[in-house]
Design a protein around this ligand. Structure first.
Ligand code: SAM
Length: 278
């Protein structure tokens, strides 16, 4: 049974990095008129109430989105526009999940495929997106669903893979699924989120990608403190296959600035690098 609920974590420092990278990629895809598909294998509920019992319990958004003052971030105008769109006042009451962010960025000709397995979150996601014709909510396993969907009819697209990694084997399963997905759709962009709870798991995942034969892989990571096996998630990152050409430059500028605001101590760090060249 699934126990992870993103409502406990919405808007945390990991969401900030993930959602900034997501927006950068979607905006790049939107530069050409031709339609594209957005596939979110682990979509969550779509929208989170930050005063809910879940969000209030850990208040993770206080160390994430709440630390970003909008006037300091003209380069994140779209991110703040989505946040504005889900809040009726200037107060930060709601935080948009990846489906809401994507639906804000995609156009009438594009399609969003939103997979969510948890029955409660799938129900909320369905409710939250029911008026959007371009979105299709699938109450199924997103990794299996992805393989059945590829290649998309549009032959252009972004796949966001954002699991909770509740089970240790999830890391291998994610890698194996991406390998199969890439074989079916090698021109797609894939953005794979990872948490750093135990660094050894990420080193293994990294090696798997580097040795996979897949070309053009970059990685962006933001650690709010040093690696530790005791303190829960200290860092998180995005592995991006076939990134937009300007993404690394954009992240090279954004990551040090984000680090300044989100670091909890002087051992915080960031990574922005090419794992495999084109
Ligand atoms: N992508 C969301 C966002 O950025 O707003 C957050 C997603 S959260 C980290 C992971 C979600 O995946 C949870 O809602 C969980 O219920 C769901 N989930 C777990 N295993 C899944 C699976 N095999 N297929 C689809 N969804 C799954």
């Amino acid at each position: 049974m699934l126990s992870y609920r993103h409502s406990f974590h919405a808007g945390n420092f990991a969401d900030v990095l993930k959602h900034i990278v997501l927006i950068e990629i979607l905006q790049h895809l939107g530069k050409k008129d031709k339609a594209f598909d957005y596939i979110d294998t682990h979509a969550g509920a779509g929208l989170y109430h930050l005063a809910s019992v879940h969000a209030e319990k850990l208040q993770e958004y206080q160390d994430g989105i709440a630390k970003l003052t909008r006037s300091d971030w003209p380069e994140l105008a779209t991110y703040f526009a989505v946040i504005d769109a889900v809040n009726t006042t200037k107060a930060l009451e709601y935080y948009p999940g990846s489906p809401f962010i994507a639906l804000h960025c995609i156009r009438h000709q594009d399609r969003a495929w939103l997979y969510e397995l948890h029955p409660d979150d799938a129900g909320l996601l369905l409710q939250n997106t029911q008026k959007v014709k371009r979105a299709r909510v699938m109450r199924e396993d997103g990794l299996k669903g992805l393989l059945s969907l590829l290649p998309p009819v549009s032959r252009r697209g972004l796949v966001l893979i954002d699991p909770s990694y509740e089970i240790k084997s999830d890391y291998d399963l994610v890698f194996q699924t991406v390998e199969k997905a890439y074989a079916k759709f090698p021109t797609g962009t894939y953005a794979i989120w990872y948490p750093v709870v135990e660094r050894s798991r990420i080193l293994r995942l990294e090696k798997q990608f580097i040795n996979s034969g897949i070309k053009n892989i970059q990685r962006f990571e933001l650690a709010i403190t040093a690696d530790s096996d005791e303190r829960g998630m200290t860092s998180s990152g995005m592995i991006v296959i076939n990134p937009p050409w300007q993404l690394i430059d954009t992240m090279n500028q954004l990551l040090p600035k984000l680090l300044n605001v989100l670091a909890v101590d002087a051992s915080a760090f960031h990574k922005s690098e090419v794992l495999v060249a084109e």
